[in-house]
Design a protein around this ligand. Structure first.
Ligand SMILES: [Zn+2]
Length: 185
């Protein structure tokens, strides 16, 4: 399965790199290239492929975010280390760099063209913190399809969004309901 960007938030999309396919849980970030590709798809291209340690740090952060989203949905407490993992990464956040221009004045660089892995992970950690602090709990949802575990932020006014995506799970549910009506009459 390819990457899903249905979460409406960078950190939720990161958590959504664990998917269900044919009833089985699949991790989409099993090698450094996959992490590199995911970050590139979210406009945080790395200067080079991460090493295995980098991948492990990214997956640790991803799992912490996933744990928090899942437990938040189910009304249970997240693992305490999940919150520390996120804070470990936030403390490394500094996407802009000090630059000196031709005329000698100082300025901050805009967002980097190529990212360091630590900075990219810090960006994700900071997004999830903003999300958890500022988004009402009722807007943080998990797809209602029984064979889907994707999370998303419901930005609709009525907060009635049920599916990660209308194209996939939403349409499948509509088709199933239609089939039931057609066959039960
Ligand atoms: Zn879904």
């Amino acid at each position: 399965m390819s990457f899903q960007f249905v979460g409406g938030n960078l950190a939720i999309d990161f958590a959504n790199t664990i998917v269900i396919e044919d009833g089985k849980q699949i991790d989409l970030l099993t090698n450094p290239k996959a992490l590199y590709d995911w970050l590139k798809a979210t406009n945080m291209p790395l200067a080079e492929l991460p090493d295995d340690n980098g991948l492990a740090r990214a997956v640790t952060l991803r799992d912490a975010i996933k744990n928090i989203l899942v437990t938040y949905n189910s009304g249970t407490a997240p693992k305490s280390e999940a919150i520390s993992r996120i804070n470990d990464q936030i403390s490394l956040k500094n996407p802009t760099e000090l630059q000196i221009s031709d005329n000698g004045s100082f300025q901050f660089s805009s967002l980097p063209n190529v990212w360091k892995l630590e900075t990219a992970l810090a960006e994700i950690a900071s997004e999830v913190s903003e999300l958890l602090v500022h988004t009402p709990k009722t807007a943080l949802k998990v797809c209602a399809a029984h064979n889907c575990i994707l999370h998303f932020k419901d930005v609709s006014k009525a907060k009635r969004r049920r599916w990660c995506s209308m194209e996939t799970c939403g349409n499948r549910a509509k088709a199933a309901a239609h089939y039931q009506r057609a066959t039960s009459g």
